[in-house]
Design a protein around this ligand. Structure first.
Ligand code: PEP
Length: 248
């Protein structure tokens, strides 16, 4: 039985005071019945960790470097992420793939880096609007997933999470219908099962793309949807709490 998971991706939003207020709200409503984590901008991680320490809410990063350490100006290593007590690292978010040209193989390397440091990678996959219209959704998602599944170091990967995030649904207010999302989640589960049934049984597959309190219950009711990766709605305490409860 997979435990549901809801992760808030704050993206490049927040301030020290706004973060404190938001976390205060989340802490007052702890214990939603699902695993919950937030991924703030990295510069706020220490303070977030301090405020969430001792609670059941985890924290993570939105990105990390594929390199170990050294001359990589502006980057954050997996060891640093682990040093700050991060449970999760989002890798391959569509904004990283599109705005920073991250490739499937780079994303796989980042996932392996995170895992080697004891941080659970949340590997994002998803198709664009054009790809969906051209009926290429499964082909694209399959390709993104296989970059990791077929990686020579895949056997070294510990716990990991997949987030199916149709690009056309991210931050647009458009959401995949529960049936559309379930179809892709079932496909992903099948790809995992082709590697091993125990992998398919244990990897949590989150849905992301304009999840809000109003659509979370329906989405999370689908068999292969194990929770959500939530952007915009994670910045609103009561919305995010309602989403976490829907998953629990
Ligand atoms: C995201 O950024 O991962 C996301 C799903 O954003 P939103 O919920 O705002 O669509």
């Amino acid at each position: 039985m997979r435990r549901s998971l809801v992760v808030g991706n704050w993206k490049m939003n927040g301030s020290r005071s706004a973060n404190r207020e938001l976390l205060k709200q989340l802490l007052s409503a702890e214990s939603s019945g699902s695993d919950v984590a937030v991924c703030p901008p990295a510069i706020y991680l220490s303070e977030v960790a301090e405020q969430l320490g001792g609670s059941s809410i985890g924290w993570g990063v939105q990105n990390l470097s594929e390199a170990d350490s050294g001359a990589y100006t502006g980057e954050i290593s997996a060891a640093m992420v682990a040093d700050l007590g991060c449970k999760f690292a989002i890798v391959g978010h569509s904004e990283r793939r599109t705005l920073y040209a991250e490739t499937d193989s780079l994303v796989a390397s980042k996932a392996l880096q995170a895992s080697a440091a004891g941080v659970v990678p949340i590997v994002c996959v998803g198709e664009t609007f054009e790809q969906r219209n051209a009926e290429q959704t499964l082909q694209v998602v399959g390709r993104q997933l296989r970059a990791l599944l077929e990686h020579e170091q895949f056997g070294e990967l510990g716990e990991w999470v997949v987030a199916y995030e149709p690009v056309w649904a991210i931050g647009t207010g458009l959401t995949a219908t529960p049936a559309q999302a379930q179809a892709v989640h079932a496909f992903i589960r099948g790809e995992l099962a082709a590697v091993s049934q125990s992998l398919a049984d244990k990897v949590r597959i989150l849905y992301g793309g304009s999840v809000k309190a109003a659509n979370a219950v329906e989405l999370f009711a689908e068999t292969d949807i194990d929770g959500g990766l939530v952007g915009g709605a994670s910045l609103d305490g009561s919305e995010f709490i309602a989403i976490c409860r829907a998953a629990g």
